[in-house]
Write a protein that binds this ligand. Structure first.
Ligand code: F6R
Length: 240
């Protein structure tokens, strides 16, 4: 696991974007595994800037996202589908037909997970972008999730509901469930880039990098992946 400590969020975002842009330039048909949340927003902004200034093209790129809230349709402004369009897809030349997320409003969650797993079996991510939950989750794989898990229906923990409530009008509006790639789906990526910022992530970063590999801290399993780059700002790295 390679750990890069940056001065701040901006530098973290720039470094992560450079890696992803490099992969796309090298392989215009690259498959990008993407994440939502506050952590990758700056990364996506840097990718958009580079697309506009340098013309890096996403025309043949395909994407698979980590997760989606259950019960929200793709046009709901808190859905991750909406997040991806507004924070990245609408500002680059990607074909929306090449972008994939679990469908949070599918009537049969189990069937939707099966569909997503079948899709992922045909789409090995050249790079998987990750954020880190303050409880050590990756995707919505909460503590206790088996390391061989695939896309599944998740009951979000109180901790995650509280963390994510900052983006909703009130905590009552935060969905209680999500569909998430499993840890096995994440680990199939050829490479992984994680972006982490802020003091509230410092304990999880320490456990992930220096602690034992345990399902109690799902991100610790990344120690077993051969090509992981963790890019964290000084605050997130403060306990290392
Ligand atoms: C998002 C995701 C989550 C977040 C994590 C950190 O698609 O899968 O694991 O990456 O909860 O969220 P932020 O970046 O908002 O602190």
């Amino acid at each position: 696991m390679k750990v890069i400590v940056t001065e701040n969020y901006q530098e973290m975002s720039q470094k992560a974007a450079e890696i992803i842009i490099g992969i796309v330039k090298n392989n215009p048909n690259a498959i990008l595994g993407l994440a939502t949340g506050s952590s990758p927003i700056g990364t996506y902004q840097n990718m958009i800037k580079d697309h506009k200034e340098n013309g890096t093209s996403y025309k043949s790129v395909k994407t698979v996202n980590l997760d989606e809230y259950v019960g929200l349709t793709a046009d709901h402004d808190q859905s991750y589908a909406y997040f991806m369009r507004t924070n990245l897809f609408d500002s680059i030349d990607i074909d929306l037909a090449n972008t994939n997320l679990p469908c949070g409003s599918a009537p049969d969650a189990k069937a939707e997970c099966d569909r997503y797993n079948a899709l992922l079996a045909t789409m090995q991510q050249d790079v998987q972008v990750l954020g880190l939950g303050s409880n050590g989750h990756i995707g919505f794989n909460e503590p206790g999730t088996p390391l061989d898990s695939v896309t599944h229906l998740v009951d979000l923990t109180e901790n995650t509901i509280k963390d994510n409530s900052r983006l909703f009008a009130s905590i009552d509006e935060v969905p209680r469930q999500a569909l998430s790639m499993g840890i096995k789906n994440i680990m199939q990526a050829k490479s992984i880039v994680m972006v982490v910022s802020g003091k509230n992530k410092a304990q999880a970063v320490k456990g992930m990098v220096q602690g034992e590999i345990t399902t109690e801290l799902p991100a610790s399993v990344l120690q077993l992946h051969p090509f992981v780059t963790v890019i964290c700002d000084k605050d997130a790295a403060s306990l290392l």
